[in-house]
Design a protein around this ligand. Sequence first.
Ligand code: GRF
Length: 201
Amino acid sequence: MSLSFVIFASGTGTNADALMEFAARESKAARCLALISDRAEAPALEKARKRGIEAIHIPAKDMDGQLAVLARLRPDWACLAGYMRILKAPVLDFFQDDMLGCARVLNIHPSLLPAFPGMRAYEQAFAAGVPEAGITVHIVDEKIDNGPILMQRKYRREAGDDFETFMARGRALENDLYVDALRAVASGRFELRSQSPREGA
Ligand code: GRF
């Protein structure tokens, strides 16, 4: 059986589109059931429609609406792709997997977690002057950018990088990393690694 998933996205949806393309190309591995957005005007919704995937606008506050869609579609996994809201506990509970010990919910975050969680991660990493940056796909829990790590990919900050070229280097890795992570989950061959505790946590 292929893995079924829904995507939650708030914005442009380049990662969402890469995941939908993967599902279209490798339908034996994964099926994308719907894309859910908290923003009616999110370009990600249009990307789903173009691919013939159900595109659903649900305001972030409407948890009953989210749960009703999940109960109808019964996805195995959820992939957050630029979803700018925190998933509420009942939604996370829907995806809870006791064998795995966590929720079957993935997120992509543009830093080498546990470094630079939260908003504007590219800006944070650039401002900190790190010689090596990266992208993380991780499991979502009730805290922000906190759950176990599934996959990471690193890139170097080159001597001449300004913020735009630095971020472009990272953005160029994001889509493939997310697809590789979802492919690993679909194959059942993956390991999760806890994040080391953050300072002050
Ligand atoms: C990406 O940088 C992703 O890592 C972060 O939000 C951004 C979403 O971009 N979580 P897109 O909508 O997938 O283009």
